[in-house]
Design a protein. Sequence first.
Length: 428
Amino acid sequence: MKNQIFYICLLLILLNTTMASAQLTVDADIRARFEYRHGFGNLFPDNADPASFVVQRSRLNIGYTEQRLKLFLSVQDVSTWGDTRQILSNDGNDSFALFQAWAQVYMDEKWSIKAGRQVISYDNQRIFGGLDWAMQGRFHDAALIKYKDDGFIADFGFAFNQQNISSEGTAFNILGAFTYKTMQYAYLKKKWENASASFLFLNNGFQKFDIINNPDGTFNRQTTGTYFEFPIESIKFSGSAYYQFGKAAADIDLSAYQFSLEGSYKPNKTLYALGFELLSGTDQNGDNKNKSFFPLYGTNHKFNGFMDYFYVGNHANNVGLNDLYAKMVFSTGEKSSFLLKGHYFAANADLSNGADKYLGTELDVVFNQKLMKGVTLNLGYSHMFAAESMSLIKGGRPYDNTNNWAWAQLSIKPNLITWDNKKTILQN
């Protein structure tokens, strides 16, 4: 309750700001999604029932801008319909949270400092992304030094994480998939008329413990590479190449790579695209170092199939992936579109006992309909046609059961208030 009071007080302070050059916006983000899961994220086991549920995100975004200052606050509740018993005096599932809270101070027209809890997202969101598909999203507690001038940007990011205030030591005991203790990165990007290229160098430090679980310094993982876009006549190409090195764990060396290339063509209102992505892996028969690339803090749901069999909380330190895909997006009306996408999956590294590297084929279908301003309906269906070798990377589960997933999502994102130059406008 104290947190809610704090956010309300902060909102009132912003609403009463009287600076003539300031602007205030208040937006809502209400999203409800029904899902039917029968093999989502993993092969469906024998003698099990499919899962169904509705999950909802209720988010309030407050943005404030004046000549040399930007503030942004975002609070949200993420819950499953029915997870809180009716007529309780409080929300027992502790689903209310601070999603973003940052300030950006402009030193001059080119340089600024941005600090606080924030989304960090670049390029196609493969390494850094907001993960907006997940209701809770992804944020970083970080400080950024930013430069922007004439089609060129440079960001330098820094983070140091602790689980609480302490008078002794800096042990970081919060465990999770690639939850870092320290982070430093440099991101550079140059835009031309029809092309762009970026460069990223990222270092993550993770807490290390000795054999009796005492803190023993950190081990570090580095990721560096590029993302690019350029046209050749009517075909637009985009791609990336990254290399990871350092440590996969405290005592395990890492050497891994990622490479992708996509070509797209859009005559009239229909988009056609063909592409592939290679993510290196470690042989199941044994290897002298870890060769498994992991895309870290990106929006991984948008890659390698919507059924999330790869790199969405899984497939770390595994055999990698070769993903060949084709997609088509076409208009079905003035405010609607239809996506059809197919993936051919194969292991990048060798499977045990010389098994076939082919893992399976996935088909994704998504329909999008804009109902009115700020309101969108999305319908989706995906089917995984798993090969026998898929069992070798999914815990031995049977590959020949039906594996499919269906969902329906309603997104409502209205602008509630726009305040500019002492004028307040309420949006219907």
